[in-house]
Structure formats: structure tokens, C-alpha cells
Ligand binder design. Structure first.
Ligand code: 13P
Length: 252
């Protein structure tokens, strides 16, 4: 597994200018944790200001349109995110897949557009509770990867996968450590099948109710290269506790 642990906050539809102080505090504190890569995906309205407010941490979008420009009222292209100061974008979050009915093909097109605009990509996959209960979690996630991984050449080093079981998002429930390990191993095998040996270096993040008190255990799982954090990324205090857990990974 390549690289530093990657801890990313997804603010979803939370945040106005009043929250920029949290971003600044995260950025200042991140300087104490040089062995962790830290990033925040604020709402699009804050990307430019967040970029201006930080020196170290990454700033990203939560979604992008697959086209560069056009008659798509309300949408934002990857080029626009980049222009606003983003260095990455999330694509395929389960809230987009469910609420906005995004398909694997949509997610793939968005990821390819993001790469074309020079952004790194965090591509989300994850099963629902009924799919897990039916014993289909790994096949569902495998099919999502087959359908949504970008085919663009030479971008694998800018791709991260976030495994976010839908039933663990915002619920306080997390899969067992064994289930996280099994799923991450399965995702790794699929990435190698898709990308060849380069697939061994794609970072795989875990997301879904990551908090300070479970982060150390989750981040110690083989093939867990970081975390995509929702609710606990909204304050610098709770987010930095997770960053701190990542910094001490392997030192315990
Ligand atoms: P929570 O950390 O609030 O469960 O959200 C996870 C998530 O959806 C991050 O993208």
C-alpha cells in the first residue's frame, strides 16, 4: 500500500463562511502531522475561500459534472472546481448514487472528467444493508468498481477508492474489523484485475461513522489507507483527533 495515510473530511451540505475558522485550525494543526495527508471537501461555495485560507491541506469538491461546460443548470464541472482551487473531487458518493440516481457509468464519466481537468479523484463504492445481509457485499462492490473505475491511462496514482458501506454512513454503526479487512482485500484484488500491478498502489479509504474512538482500530486494518469522514469532520477538534490517530498508526 502506497503513501501516507489520507484523512479526508466530506462536509456534505454543511458549511458557510462562519466555518472557515475550522478549516484554518485544521490546516494549522496538520503541520504537526507531516506523516498524514489531510484534506477537506467543503460545499462548492466555500472551495475558493477555503483554498485561500489554507497552506497545507487539500481542498476538494464533493461531485462534478461529466461535461466541461453546457446547459446544465445548477451543475459544476471539474474544470470549474479546479479553477476555484480544488485539487481533488469525490465522485460516486452513495448520496449521489441514491438521491441523484447516478449510475456506475455516470460515476466513471465524472472521474474521467475530473482527471482530464487535473484533479485527483476519490471514487466511492459501498453496499446497502440488504445487499450485505444477502451475502452480496463483495460482489456488489466489485461490480461498482468494474462499472465506475476510470479507464483513463496513467491516472492511477491520482485515484483513491473510498469503501463506504451505505448502512454505516451517519448511523454510528461500523462493520466488524474482519469485514472491513475482507472487503478491502477484495477491493485490492479487483483494482489489480482492472489496472494490473498499478492497482496495488491505489489508496483505499474506509468511510462510514469514523470517529476518534474507532479510527485507530480501522486505520490499523491491512489495506485501509485512510478515512473519508462525514459528521466528525465538521469541527477541527473531532477531525484532528482522527488525524492524530492516523499519525500514530503503527506506533502503538
Ligand atoms: P459519516 O462519517 O457521517 O458516517 O459520513 C461518512 C461519509 O459519507 C463520508 O463521505
Amino acid at each position: 500500500m502506497a503513501g501516507l495515510p489520507y484523512i479526508v473530511g466530506n462536509w456534505k451540505m454543511h458549511g458557510t463562511r462562519a466555518m472557515l475558522g475550522e478549516v484554518r485550525a485544521m490546516d494549522r494543526a496538520a503541520q504537526r502531522f507531516p506523516k498524514v495527508q489531510v484534506a477537506i471537501a467543503p460545499p462548492a461555495t466555500l472551495i475558493y475561500r477555503a483554498r485561500e485560507a489554507v497552506e497545507l491541506i487539500g481542498i476538494g469538491g464533493q461531485d462534478c459534472h461529466a461535461k466541461e461546460t453546457g446547459a446544465f443548470t445548477g451543475d459544476i464541472s471539474a474544470t470549474m472546481l479546479r479553477d476555484a482551487g480544488a485539487d481533488f473531487t469525490i465522485v460516486g458518493h452513495s448520496e449521489r448514487r441514491t438521491i441523484h440516481a447516478e449510475t456506475d457509468a455516470d460515476v466513471k464519466a465524472k472521474a474521467e472528467a475530473a482527471f482530464a481537468a487535473g484533479l485527483a479523484v476519490i471514487l466511492c463504492v459501498g453496499e446497502t444493508e440488504s445487499q450485505r445481509d444477502a451475502g452480496n457485499a463483495e460482489s456488489v462492490v466489485g461490480a461498482q468498481l468494474d462499472g465506475s473505475c476510470p479507464s483513463t491511462e496513467g491516472v492511477v496514482e491520482k485515484l483513491s477508492i473510498a469503501y463506504e458501506p451505505v448502512w454505516a454512513i451517519g448511523t454510528g454503526r461500523v462493520p466488524s474489523i474482519d469485514d472491513v479487512a475482507a472487503m478491502h482485500a477484495s477491493i485490492r484484488a479487483k483494482l489489480v484485475a482492472i489496472y494490473g500491478s498499478a492497482g496495488a498502489d491505489v489508496r483505499i479509504l474506509y468511510g462510514g461513522s469514523v470517529k476518534a474512538d474507532n479510527a485507530s482500530e480501522l486505520l490499523a486494518v491491512p489495506e485501509v489507507g485512510g478515512a473519508l469522514v462525514g459528521g466528525a469532520s465538521l469541527t477541527s477538534e473531532s477531525f484532528l483527533a482522527i488525524v492524530g490517530a492516523a499519525a500514530s498508526r503503527g506506533e502503538a
